[in-house]
Write a protein that binds this ligand. Structure first.
Ligand SMILES: *Cc1c(COP(=O)(O)O)cnc(C)c1O
Length: 495
């Protein structure tokens, strides 16, 4: 399988090369040249366990990995790290099917990809005869940071540096990151929002001179954000899994369509659902759900992407994003791989923070629907489903459920729907307790106890004893200092 840059100038790569590279040298993102079709029947897929199914989905993309290598990666990623036996349970509640992606070590869906990516990276380093240490740079709105730290903790041949917006992630997310263990992990908060962190991180990754300077010290950079195609591919597997489980449970007849609704921020998760559709999962509508930062809703409604707008910090912080990086990949696919078109649109975004999709792209956007939910609506949704159905969801998942409910009401479309359930309710426990009418807790950590008691759920294993863990990373820096900080980490490591 060949991976191409969305901007058409950087050299093509195989999967291993694209995973090591992270972001293409022309600032584009690597995408598969074509979409392999799912080769087996739904009867066969329905009979597989998660790991076997993931292998089937990933194999055609990672075709330079041997069967043995890829299977070992998948075994390592999904054995004994997920609290649910089936890895990803599909739970029917509130008239929809919740694809629970949050049973991994950090209680958010990003574990699904970040449990696997380090294994793929280590294999890639061997395959490409890469003799430098791969330094993973991460900017995070909250959940990527911890999932990446966990995934890369003490992985040979790598180190990882995480930047998160100071004061703009949840107390639990902050605590997780500041207490991250591992001899190769580094964490800093920056004064600015997520978009600031991501923009500076991308600039560092694209800084040739700096790359050469660090290269002399034996280091090269890569990204663990969803701009790395190694993040997207593992996510495709769980949408195929969702459909196979729905066939198995009798929710759909093999071949009949489903809708998929995804709470979106950087657009990586829903893009993976689009890839699954291209591979042959029968999907009617892909529904893109946003919070009050509804730049994507407006884009799908008008074809105009306009980032000139106020930024809101909300109770679904992992979706507080205005520049959705992975949309670039969708534009590329929808215009039939015309990199010149993508470059023009991305240049317009960089200079004027705005672009309008071409007629061809607008036509392709019709596969999608979009909507958004306010903070009040999010809380009301959590409370309603808990009261009526006894099912507890987190604030991000509630965005998707609310947008889906609105869609269903407006269109009368009763196609069975999958809701991507992206975080454990424990990760945003105070909001969830508040929404369900549970007694008020003083701190986020107390709220975890309250939720467990009142909601009758066991505490997620990754969130136990958080308050007593030792603070290891406490430094806050200016955005302008990020590059110097990266340099000092590397210099320090080479001493
Ligand atoms: C990251 C995240 C999202 C957004 O996913 P994208 O792939 O960036 O669109 C939604 N919910 C949660 C809980 C997240 O951690």
């Amino acid at each position: 399988m060949i991976f191409k840059s969305t901007r058409g100038i950087a050299p093509d790569k195989n999967a291993a090369g694209a995973i090591i590279q992270g972001i293409a040298s022309d600032k584009g993102l690597y995408v598969p040249e074509s979409f392999p079709r799912l080769a087996k029947s739904w009867e066969e897929y329905s009979a597989m366990d998660y790991k076997s199914l993931a292998y089937e989905v990933l194999k055609p993309y990672l075709d330079e990995y041997t069967e043995e290598e890829l299977k070992a990666c998948i075994e390592g990623a999904y054995t004994n790290k997920f609290q649910a036996e089936e890895v990803v349970p599909v739970v029917h509640a509130g008239g929809a099917d919740f694809l629970e992606l949050y049973h991994g070590p950090t209680a958010a869906f990003k574990d699904m990809a970040l449990a696997l990516m380090p294994y793929m990276m280590v294999e890639a380093i061997k395959k490409e005869n890469e003799n430098k240490t791969v330094c993973i740079l991460v900017s995070t709105s909250g959940d990527t940071g911890m999932a990446a730290l966990k995934g890369f903790e003490d992985v040979p041949g790598t180190c990882i540096i995480v930047f998160f917006p100071d004061g703009a992630v949840s107390p639990v997310q902050e605590r997780q990151m500041r207490t991250a263990t591992g001899s190769n992990t580094y964490v800093y908060s920056i004064f600015g929002n997520f978009d600031d962190a991501q923009t500076t991180q991308k600039a560092i990754l694209n800084d040739k001179e700096f790359g050469e300077e660090m290269g002399k010290l034996g280091y090269r950079f890569s990204a663990a954000n969803s701009m790395n195609v190694g993040r997207l591919l593992p996510q495709v597997a769980y949408y195929v899994w969702a459909y196979a489980q729905m066939v198995k449970n009798g929710r759909v007849k093999a071949g009949d369509p489903i809708n998929i609704c995804v709470p979106s921020g950087n657009f990586g998760n829903i893009l993976s659902a689009y890839y699954a559709k291209q591979m042959g999962v029968p999907v009617n509508k892909l529904i893109c759900a946003s919070n009050k930062n509804k730049v994507l809703t407006d884009f799908f409604e008008t074809g105009v992407y306009d980032a000139n707008r106020e930024f809101f910090v909300t109770n679904s912080p992992s979706m507080d994003i205005i520049i959705s990086s992975n949309l670039e990949r969708l534009l590329y696919h929808l215009c039939g791989g015309k990199a010149d078109t993508v470059r023009e649109l991305m240049d317009a975004l960089a200079s004027g923070k705005k672009y309008e999709a071409t007629a061809e792209i607008k036509e392709g956007l019709k596969d999608f629907c979009a909507g958004y939910a306010t903070e009040e609506e999010i809380l009301a949704t959590i409370g309603k489903v808990f009261k009526e159905d006894g099912y507890v969801m987190d604030t991000h998942t509630a965005v998707a459920y609310k947008v889906y409910s609105d869609y269903r009401e407006k269109t009368g479309d009763e196609t069975p729907a999958v809701i991507a359930s992206t975080a454990s309710p424990y990760k945003f426990a105070a909001s969830v307790c508040d929404a369900c009418g549970f007694p008020k807790a003083e701190t986020e950590f107390e709220a975890i106890e309250v939720l467990s008691r009142e909601g009758g759920l066991p505490v997620h294993y990754g969130l136990k004893d958080l308050e007593s863990r030792k603070l290891l990373h406490t430094k806050a820096i200016e955005r302008a200092e990020m590059k110097d900080q990266v340099r000092s980490v590397i210099v320090e490591r080479t001493k």
